[in-house]
Design a protein around this ligand. Structure first.
Ligand SMILES: [Zn+2]
Length: 326
C-alpha cells in the first residue's frame, strides 16, 4: 500500500512554524534493525554545507517518504514551541482524554494525535516557553488527576516532552516522532499515518486545524505554574537523556558500538556504558568504564584500558584483518 501524499512547500512551512525548535533532528530507519526488528531513529550526520533540518526534508516527511523525529528544546534558549504528552499503554487514551479535559478547564486547547495504543497530546505556545515551565505545568496537572507518569518507579505512564528541564552543552534531549508522517515502527502500525482527531484526515486540513488552535500565552503559563516547582521524585529523571540507537547513517556492515552497549547516561560530551571487554572479565560492575563520543560515536574509549581490538572481540565483531595490497 502506498502511503505517499502530496505535500507542498507551504505545508512544510506551516509544519516548521508549529513544530521545529532546532535544526538537529532524527530519522526513522527505513529498514528494521537485523537483531531487534525495530525501526530505530538515528541522527543523520550533517554533511558539509548543510545547516540541519530543511523545509525540503520536512516536505519529504509530510509526503511520507521519510519519517522525522524532532527535538523539544532549543539549546541556547532552553525553550520549546510546544509540550507533548506521549501515552502508549493499555487504556492510555482514557488518561489522555482526562488530561485534555483538565487542560481545557484552564482555557488551553490541546490537540490529540493518535498513535499505537494511545496518542500524543500537543499544547502549543504563542512564544517558545521555558522547558522547565512547560514541564512543571503538565506534571502538576497530571499528578492532580492521579495519572501515572513514567519514571520515578513507574514503568508505564505518561511521558512528557521536553523530557529535560534544560540541556547541557552538546546535548539534544529526547526526540519525539514528528506528527503527520508515516510511522515505520511497531508491527501493528507499520506504514500508517496517525492523524489528529480535530480535523479531516488530509494534510491541509490537519495543518490548518493546528494553526488555528489556541496557543498558550506567556502570562497564562506563568499563572498556571505560580509558586510551583517540579515534584522532587521527578527531578533526577529530568537529567537523563536517551541515547539514539543509531547515531547516523552508515553502511549496514559498519561497526557501531552503540549497537552493542546499553547507554546508561550522558556525561558532558560522552555517552557512558559498561565496557563489553571489562564485562566479559566480570569487571566494570558500575557500568561506566566505556565513554562514547556524542558527536563522533565512532570514537570510544575504555577508561580501564581495554583496547579497541579487545572490545571488538568481546562483542563478536573482531576488527577485520587488512588484506595486503598486491
Ligand atoms: Zn574495558
Amino acid at each position: 500500500m502506498d502511503h505517499r501524499l502530496h505535500a507542498t512547500a507551504s505545508m512544510a512551512e506551516s509544519f516548521y512554524h508549529l513544530f521545529v525548535n532546532r535544526r538537529a533532528y532524527t530519522l526513522q530507519s527505513t529498514r528494521p534493525h537485523p537483531e531487534t526488528g525495530r525501526h530505530h531513529y538515528y541522527r543523520p550526520k550533517a554533511r558539509a554545507g548543510e545547516a540541519g533540518l530543511s523545509l525540503e526534508t520536512v516536505q519529504q516527511h509530510l509526503a511520507g517518504e521519510i519519517t522525522l523525529g524532532i527535538y523539544a528544546i532549543h539549546p541556547q534558549t532552553q525553550r520549546s514551541k510546544w509540550v507533548a504528552i506521549d501515552a502508549d499503554y493499555k487504556n492510555a487514551l482514557v488518561d489522555l482524554l482526562k488530561l485534555q479535559n483538565e487542560l481545557q478547564q484552564d482555557g488551553v486547547e490541546p490537540a490529540l494525535e493518535k498513535s499505537n495504543r494511545g496518542g500524543h497530546l500537543w499544547i502549543f505556545f504563542e512564544q517558545p516557553a521555558l522547558a522547565r515551565d512547560c514541564r512543571v505545568y503538565i506534571y502538576h496537572t497530571a499528578l492532580r488527576l492521579g495519572l501515572p507518569i513514567k519514571g520515578a518507579g513507574l514503568p508505564e505512564g505518561l511521558e512528557i516532552f521536553p523530557r529535560q528541564d534544560e540541556l547541557g552543552e552538546g546535548e539534544f534531549g529526547n526526540a519525539i516522532r514528528a506528527p503527520l508522517g508515516v510511522h515505520r515502527g511497531a508491527r501493528e502500525s507499520r506504514g500508517r499515518r496517525f492523524w489528529f482527531y480535530g480535523a479531516d484526515y488530509t494534510l491541509s486540513d490537519q495543518l490548518a486545524y493546528l494553526g488555528r488552535t489556541q496557543k498558550v500565552s506567556a502570562a497564562q503559563l506563568a499563572s498556571f505554574i505560580a509558586g510551583k516547582t517540579l515534584p522532587d521524585e521527578f527531578v533526577k529523571h529530568s537529567k537523563r537523556p536517551e541515547a539514539p540507537k543509531h547515531y547516523y547513517s552508515s553502511p549496514d556492515r559498519e561497526f557501531r558500538i552503540l549497537d552493542y552497549v546499553h547507554v546508561e547516561r550522558q556525561v558532558g560530551r560522552n555517552w557512558i556504558a559498561r565496557c563489553p571487554s571489562c564485562a566479559a572479565a566480570n569487571r566494570d560492575r558500575s557500568g561506566d568504564n566505556l565513554a562514547i563520543s556524542v558527536e563522533e560515536p565512532r570514537k570510544y574509549i575504555c577508561w580501564a584500558g581495554c583496547t579497541k581490538a579487545m572490545i571488538r572481540n568481546a562483542v563478536g565483531r573482531p576488527i577485520p584483518e587488512k588484506r595486503n595490497a598486491l
